[in-house]
Design a protein around this ligand. Sequence first.
Ligand code: MG
Ligand code: MG
Length: 280
Amino acid sequence: MFSRRSVELKSVSELQVMQRAGEVLSAALDAAVEAAAPGVTTAEVDAVFAQVLAERGATSNFLGYHGFPATICASVNDEVVHGIPGERVLAAGDVLKIDGGAVVDGWHSDSARTVVLGSSEAGTADPEDERLSEITRQAMWVGIAAFAMARHVGEVGDAIDDFVSSRPGAPLGILEEYVGHGIGSEMHMAPDVFNYRTGHRGPRVRPGMALAIEPMLVRGDITTRTLEDEWTVVTEDGGRASQWEHTVCRHAGGLWVLSAPDGGAAELARHGVVPVPPGQ
Ligand code: MG
Ligand code: MG
């Protein structure tokens, strides 16, 4: 079940370049989230994201990846991941997943956010969609906090699974066909980072390890299929999905969230984790 491929361990200076890539990516996602609004197309959100990368001298690891035609994946509602930006016009109540990446000097970052357009308070969004996104977001931080202390990578999925399955209210499903991954000199590398309890410890955590931690949760059944465009993954039952993702590293001094400007300090405080930048 676990890949035998060796895990790339980064030097401090390499992690610091990944940190620069992550900071550009964070700014690009900020702009994309700001641009995402009713009446805007997903292609326009992609253009805003691409412009920030260009302005900051970064390149996209999504554009051209196995022929992918854009700098973000824009997946709406029952589309879980890998949606292709285009002429689809966003509407209030939509659940938009923006997943993007940036490369600086050959080092990769990968991060995703969910935006629920409108708000349940205003009657323009489903409160259950807001709950789905918030639990997915919190699950990501629970997974990151677990990685801060983990001896083995499998502890990330154990923590996410325990967190999600203990939420009160309607149960949410954790996707199993799509998982997180190692990242560094390429976007997708060993090891797989499962978001559920597999019963396997997984590889040992070592300084220099960088992971993309990205829980994907659905309101219904976890079965998915790929559309005829050969990219867009949708839930079979039409249930809505959320994805949140950060690129995170462990180094000799601790843990740092490479795709968050504060290294994750604000969110990790409630988990008792104080992030430390690589090199300190
Ligand atoms: Mg991603
Ligand atoms: Mg990823």
